[in-house]
Each structure stands twice: as structure tokens, then as C-alpha cells.
Design a protein around this ligand. Structure first.
Ligand code: 13P
Length: 340
């Protein structure tokens, strides 16, 4: 393990003014995203769409890392440049999703465990050769009556820590992502309780597994009301609860926290991040690692039409720029009305 390199990469991933693009949708997930714009999920459509994102002029000013998927890390631009090289040339660090998805946790109805540890060491060695300098593993914690159980949380925290240890052994920075879902009608208080238990378990396991905290990035959910909750907490309350919860669990040795968007609207996700960054000074950099909140408007503007390629890039650039401003608390909602 090269601690100097791990720490340097982790710090670069959370540099001020910039964030991470999560473009690591699995084949099943990207099929859904493309279906929503009436585009068939062929390999060439998936490749073209990723090329749109990765070659957006000026995006590197606001994006310093991209999470790729196994198919995507092996694909090339139309000109034949491998995607990892295309990103690295722009100063964007290539990363890779390495989990194999959340599967039913036997004996615990309604809960899941993320799979993908078997053979992970060998896959990490290959991904590093392909250019990956960080990885991502997502644990999913659902909130519903009777769940999550303490065991469900523990099992997921344990798997996350085993993944993180293997990454660091291979000089790859682990993004540790325990996602408490915002599906359902639960209150912000319930989300805080579950996020509190989850982050507690995750950092206990990271400690037990001897993880080098300076060489990792945490990717948590924000503490937020369920999507279907009757009275959803206002943005200021989301920011305060999120920071309070993180302060209780995340040691200052961790260089940065890059939030997932988790089904928040693009504007909500940007506003929340900006408000969170106004609650500083805080011991870690707080940035974004958004999938849907960075891509939804770009995907619609493109809609699979060659004529929509540049409109899609403009939309991606716009959300990247606004989220970049949010990393230093300088975003305000009135900026949405301004031109791209
Ligand atoms: P969202 O921002 O769409 O939640 O995706 C981020 C991600 O990487 C989820 O694993």
C-alpha cells in the first residue's frame, strides 16, 4: 500500500470547486435511463451517451473524477481514445464501480447485502492497469416498518470495509458508499436515526479493518425526508441535520465527503450542497458525486438525437458548474434562471 499516493488521490478527488460524476450505471440501470428518453440500450448508444458526458468542453473545470462501469472503462471515443485516457488527459481521475449490486439478504426480509467481494483483488489489479485510481462500492439501506435491522446494517458495513481494504492494498482509493434510501414516506428524524446507526457501524468496521482514513472518500446520503413524506423538511433543516450527523461519525482524517443525489431533483441536490457548505468551517471537503442530479437534464436535452449532442453537453456543463459553485456555498437558486 502506497499511503502517499492514496492520500494524494483522495485529496484530488475532493478539491474545492469540483466534484465527481457518477456515470457507473450498470447495464440494467442505464437501460432504464435510456428507456425514459425512448432510446434503445445498445452498446453503441451507451457509448455515445458516455462520450457526450466525457468530452463536454470545459467540464473539467468542475469535474475532477468520473466513476465508470466495467463496460465503459473498456470503451473508446469515436476517435478511438480509451475513455480512461480521454478523462486523464483533461485532468479528470478515472474510477470504477466494483460492486456486483445489492441482493436479498437471506433471513432478513426486505433487506439487501451488496455482493462482489469474491475475485475482487484480481479485478482491482486489472482495473488499475486500465487506468482506474479509485473505486466505488454501494451498500443500500432501505427504511420501512421493521427495517433496517442492526444486523442488516452490520453486514453491509462489514462488506464495505472488506472492499475498502482490498482497494487500498492495490493503491486504489475506495469510495465508501452507504446509501440510506429516500424512498418511502419516513420523516427526516427517522432518516437521521438510520443514517446515524449506519455511519456508526461503517466507521467501526473501517477501524476494525485497518483502513487508512486519509486515503478514502465517504459517499453518504444527505439526511432528508422520504420522497413521499407528507411534510418534507425544508432545505435548511436538511443541511443542518446532515452536518450534525456527519460530525458525530466522520473523523477529520477523512479528506472528503462526496454526496450521492439519491433521487433528489437536480436543483434540490445543488441547493442542499450549497447550504451544507455554508455551515462551515468543517473538517472535511464536502462535494458531490452525483449520478441522476448531474445527468437528468443532459439526457433529456440529448434524447438520443445527433442534433441534441451539443445541447446535452451544454446541460451537463451547466449542472457541473452550478454544483461546482455549491461546493463553496456560492450557489443560489436564482442562478437556475440564468443562461447556461
Ligand atoms: P445518484 O446521485 O443518482 O444517487 O447516483 C450516485 C451513485 O453513484 C449511486 O450509487
Amino acid at each position: 500500500m502506497n499511503r502517499t499516493e492514496l492520500a494524494r488521490t483522495a485529496q484530488a478527488m475532493v478539491a474545492a470547486g469540483k466534484g465527481i460524476l457518477a456515470a457507473d450505471e450498470s447495464t440494467g440501470t442505464i437501460r432504464k435511463r435510456l428507456a425514459a428518453i425512448q432510446v434503445e440500450s445498445t452498446e453503441e448508444h451507451r457509448r455515445t451517451y458516455r462520450e457526450l458526458l466525457f468530452t463536454t468542453p470545459g467540464a473539467a473545470e468542475f469535474i475532477n473524477g468520473v466513476i465508470l462501469y466495467d463496460e465503459t472503462i473498456r470503451q473508446k471515443t469515436a476517435e478511438g481514445i480509451p475513455f480512461p485516457d480521454c478523462l486523464a488527459k483533461q485532468g479528470i481521475i478515472p474510477g470504477i464501480k466494483v460492486d456486483a449490486g445489492a441482493k436479498a439478504l437471506a433471513g432478513f426480509p426486505g433487506e439487501t447485502i451488496t455482493e462482489g467481494l469474491d475475485g475482487l483483488r484480481e479485478r482491482l489489479i486489472e482495473y488499475r492497469k486500465l487506468g482506474a485510481r479509485f473505486a466505488k462500492w454501494r451498500a443500500v439501506i432501505d427504511i420501512a416498518p421493521g427495517i433496517p435491522t442492526p444486523f442488516g446494517i452490520h453486514a453491509n458495513a462489514h462488506a464495505l470495509a472488506r472492499y475498502a481494504a482490498l482497494c487500498q492494498e492495490n493503491d486504489i482509493v475506495p469510495i465508501v458508499e452507504p446509501e440510506v434510501l429516500m424512498d418511502g414516506d419516513h420523516s427526516i428524524e427517522r432518516c437521521e436515526e438510520v443514517t446515524d446507526a449506519t455511519l456508526g457501524a461503517v466507521f467501526r468496521q473501517l477501524h476494525e479493518h485497518r483502513i487508512y482514513l486519509e486515503g478514502m472518500v465517504l459517499k453518504p446520503n444527505m439526511v432528508i425526508s422520504g420522497k413521499k413524506a407528507a411534510n418534507r423538511a425544508p432545505p435548511e433543516a436538511v443541511a443542518e441535520a446532515t452536518v450534525r450527523c456527519l460530525k458525530r461519525h466522520v473523523p477529520p482524517a477523512v479528506p472528503g465527503i462526496a454526496f450521492l443525489s439519491g433521487g433528489q431533483s437536480p436543483t434540490e441536490a445543488t441547493q442542499h450542497l450549497s447550504l451544507i457548505n455554508r455551515l462551515g468551517p468543517l473538517p472535511w471537503a464536502l462535494t458531490f458525486s452525483y449520478g441522476r442530479a448531474l445527468q437528468d437534464t443532459a439526457l433529456k436535452a440529448w434524447s438520443g438525437r445527433p442534433a441534441g449532442f451539443s445541447a446535452g453537453q451544454q446541460e451537463f456543463h451547466r449542472r457541473a458548474r452550478l454544483n461546482g459553485l455549491a461546493t463553496t456555498g456560492r450557489y443560489t437558486p436564482d442562478m437556475e434562471a440564468q443562461a447556461a
